[in-house]
Design a protein around this ligand. Sequence first.
Ligand code: GDP
Ligand code: MG
Length: 163
Amino acid sequence: MGNIVAIVGRPNVGKSTLFNRLIGTRQAIVNEEAGTTRDRQYGKVEWGGREFSLVDTGGWVVNSEDVFEEEINKQVGIAIEEADLILFVVDVLNGITDLDVEVAEILRRCKKPVIVVSNKADNFEMHAAAAEFYSFGLGDPYCISAINGSGTGDLLDKIIASL
Ligand code: GDP
Ligand code: MG
């Protein structure tokens, strides 16, 4: 098994914030200008005596969900192809959107392991709301806050165990 972990999800769920949190620097630009296209970001993460490469696929921030929809197959497709494990990031503050459902459909069909990451669970009250993400059929959602770091240790343990 290889060790490439890709972060996928619709715009604004916090992919780049999570990327920066896990690699421990601010390499990826968070909440960048709409419409700006950037390259994919790669970083190294060490945890529990293991190392893996992390990919932020969020270089395709766009200002409309229509544009994103065109890009979605391509970008998620690249991630699926190159990754050994996929972090499917969703946003518990906003709940499930059509784009989330679309990404989930693609991920269910792929043969790669997927971890559903329920981001923006900044406090414990938000954890209950994450139950809706079971409906993706992609396993247990992992509640984290990429901003304050809560839950990210457990997520890293899960990533290492899944590689
Ligand atoms: P991306 O488009 O998926 O890469 O999302 P970004 O990382 O650029 O984040 C989009 C917005 O969500 C920014 O304003 C972030 O500050 C915010 N954000 C990211 N993670 C969290 C979180 O854990 N909690 C909250 N409340 N906001 C977050
Ligand atoms: Mg981003």
